[in-house]
Write a protein that binds this ligand. Structure first.
Ligand SMILES: NC(=O)c1ccc[n+]([C@@H]2O[C@H](COP(=O)([O-])OP(=O)(O)OC[C@H]3O[C@@H](n4cnc5c(N)ncnc54)[C@H](OP(=O)(O)O)[C@@H]3O)[C@@H](O)[C@H]2O)c1
Length: 322
């Protein structure tokens, strides 16, 4: 898979970042095999989190444990970068995050020992805590950097205004640590009103314009829209009521029609086109995608080799560039 230089770092990152949030839906052997396949395709960034695969508040960091096992046992692990996240306490009523420095540091320490690494390559605050000043939260992350526990940091599910403030504060810092944002974004436009959790933040025009101007890297999650367009266009029985609630809207109907035509003209798969549209945005974008089966992974990595024309990008966007 082709790699691109990531701004603000000395890394060349593969076009697709592999998500591990669904690892509890696999057997461990399947999850380990998926990471093998990802590495065989030259994928070099795994995205995980302290909270992944926790179904109940008392559960352990199951996804990180599986990633940690792979990192310890695979010969390919030395070339694999890892992003993980802290600062997201699960709550049944989706209460706003309350970030506490000591709790985040305890989570980070657990991530380090579970993953078997001395430094986390990219560490995200998984949520925002708007009750605290941006500067106070950045200072926690900067301190982790000074201690050598993390290399760079990112912000996930932060609003445009708060990210803008973080960018401006970071510009004044002598050594910039903020290198990425992880919010929801896909060619498949999500119906915001369908969200259970009101603290998840999706790309919108305002944030797209900010990230474009700042050339801040975005590693969008749910970048395949959970495979919605493939299921919609192939009319498969995998199309569920939940997916319809999330993604059925007029813009997606237009985008699906453009996908159908461009798929016919080029032979690229629907998922490849969905991911390639993100990779062709006028800002650095590394989609974070998850896979249930190896054939899905083998298909998706092909997106990094596609050249989409401006005209195809326009048709796929169906009137909206983001
Ligand atoms: N920061 C955050 O708050 C946050 C939130 C959510 C996710 N994430 C990260 O983002 C990752 C991905 O997000 P996600 O799982 O929500 O969504 P996603 O990547 O959009 O969707 C994954 C699903 O897409 C389908 N798929 C994958 N490859 C395909 C292919 N080649 N052809 C057709 N369908 C394909 C599969 O669906 P089926 O299983 O139905 O086959 C797969 O389970 C997570 O693992 C996690 O690392 C972060």
């Amino acid at each position: 898979m082709r790699k691109w230089k990531m701004p603000g770092t000395d890394w060349w990152i593969s076009g697709i970042v592999m998500g591990t949030g669904n690892f509890c839906q696999h057997t461990e052997a399947e999850a380990l095999r998926l990471m093998d396949h990802f590495a065989e395709h030259d994928g070099n960034l795994l995205d995980t989190a302290n909270s992944y695969c926790k179904q109940r508040p008392g559960d352990q960091n199951i996804a990180e444990q599986i990633v940690g096992r792979w990192l310890r046992e695979s010969a390919a692990a030395k070339d694999m970068l890892v992003s993980t996240k802290g600062g997201h306490t699960l709550s049944a009523d989706f209460a706003p995050a309350h970030m506490d420095r000591n709790e985040i540091e305890a989570e980070l320490d657990l991530s380090l020992s579970t993953l078997g690494r001395e430094t986390i390559d990219l560490y995200y605050l998984h949520r925002d805590d708007p009750s605290q000043p941006v500067e106070a939260l950045l200072e926690i992350l900067r301190d982790f950097r000074r201690q050598g526990k993390i290399r760079y940091f990112g912000l996930s599910n932060w609003s445009t205004d708060r990210i803008h403030e973080a960018i401006n504060l970071e510009k004044q810092a002598s050594d910039r640590g903020l290198v990425a944002v992880q919010n929801r974004w896909s060619l498949v436009r999500y119906n915001d009103q369908a969200a259970n959790d009101p603290h998840l933040v999706a790309m919108d025009w305002q944030s797209w314009d900010l990230f474009r101007q700042e050339q801040l890297t975005v590693m969008p999650y749910s970048s395949l829209g959970k495979g919605y367009f493939s299921k919609y266009l192939q009319n498969t029985c995998e199309m569920t009521e939940k997916l319809r609630r999330y993604y059925e809207n007029d813009l997606n109907k237009k985008r699906a029609e453009a996908l159908r035509q461009i798929h016919k003209e080029t032979g690229y798969s629907i998922s490849q086109l969905v991911l390639a549209w993100l990779m062709h945005q006028p800002l650095p974008v590394y989609p974070v995608a998850a896979f249930r089966r190896s054939d899905q992974l083998h298909d998706a990595v092909g997106a990094a080799a596609i050249n989409l024309s401006y005209e195809m990008m326009e048709r796929l966007g169906a009137g909206e560039p983001w």
